[in-house]
Write a protein that binds this ligand. Sequence first.
Ligand code: HEM
Length: 411
Amino acid sequence: MADMTDTQTGRSPVADWATDYDIFDEAYITDPYGIWAELRERCPIAHTERWGGSWLPTTYEDVTAMARDIENFPSGNGISVVPPPAGSAPGPGGPILSSGVPPISADPPLHTWTRRLVLPQMSPARVDEYEVFTRDLCRQLVDGFLERGEGDVAAGYAQQIPVRVIGHILGVPDEMAPTFTEWVRDVLEFAHDAERRMRGITGIIQYLQGALDERTANPTDDFISELLQSEHDGQPIERPVVMGMCALLLIAGIDTTWSSIGSAMWHLATHPDDRRRLANEPELMPTAIEEFLRAYSPVTMARRLSHDVEFQGCPMKAGDRILMNFPAANRDPKAFPDADKVILDRQHNRHVAFGAGIHRCAGSNLARMELRVAIEEFLARIPEFSLVEGGTVTWAGGQVRGPREVPVTIG
Ligand code: HEM
């Protein structure tokens, strides 16, 4: 048989999505909706041997049941959709982050108390404080679009916001934003490229080591200093745990929110009726935000089994990876009528873009605020914009899916 290997990626084309799916296949990254629809009918929990082997549930019922069943589907064995780079030590964080990145990579009891430390930072009252900074930032970015008459709403707008907001919260200097963005992309988007993944993790850790030393010597009022001064069971928190928590906030808060804002902006650029409706009826914003989160959910997390589990007849083995396909759950027509349609005033929308169960996103208040403010500020001054004719739109996928280039013209 002729060798069908793709010369660019070095991988063979997908033979059957039910038994050989590839989450890094271009077709899956740019348009996974038809693939999920076919799988829900034919094989609702797919399997592949690629990328170390994994299972892919596609229905709302299965994904939410698995997310809530932490006994059978724990997070402590690894949450990455691909195995750690060859040669790295076992454990949730690989060789450098010896305590992993809690709470997301932890099971109780470590999960419970580390989550409790993060939640107050992301409370509605705290998020209200961060809104002023976010709105100013969005206004400055919109000024740039108006001056130029065009721009890229993914790279030049969505990508610029979350990294600076989380940097502001953690006390990271603004000029580090592009470097952090690259590191986070290395860890999440290029997780299948061992060299890039290691470069990203190492960059983040080395930066945080310096930041922790500095805050230990001269505490400030930022989150890193607060964590360093916190206690658990009457003891200061061990440094690897503080390191892991800070790394998580950087990683979890950047690519995810940027992808959500980018998808919403792409939708508005390509759906003029929805764009005009939202610009003219800003009271639709709360339901529209939830609908963008549902329809373009960016995040797929993984679980790794400690023991054999039979789930819906699938013989899952200890060590198998399960992809928590929140994006597909949110497109399941059994849970959402007209699931593939974006309905700005959708009334019943119990989406799981932020996950379900004990690991449900701790930053959802912050993410929602950033998404709302980004759209409000853009539409308020640029209600008319559309894709540049012949311009290239690109998407990234894997652990976090969203557009990376969306060139638009204004007016
Ligand atoms: C639209 C943007 C975002 C989306 C779609 C999103 C999605 C998710 C999902 C699906 C999970 C669950 C993971 C799992 O079950 O394994 C999660 C967990 C988490 N997210 Fe987010 N996230 C977003 C933004 C943020 C932001 C801005 C932050 C904070 C800076 C954040 C911090 C966290 C943390 C700390 C966890 C771990 C919670 C735990 O394990 O208890 N996220 N997120």
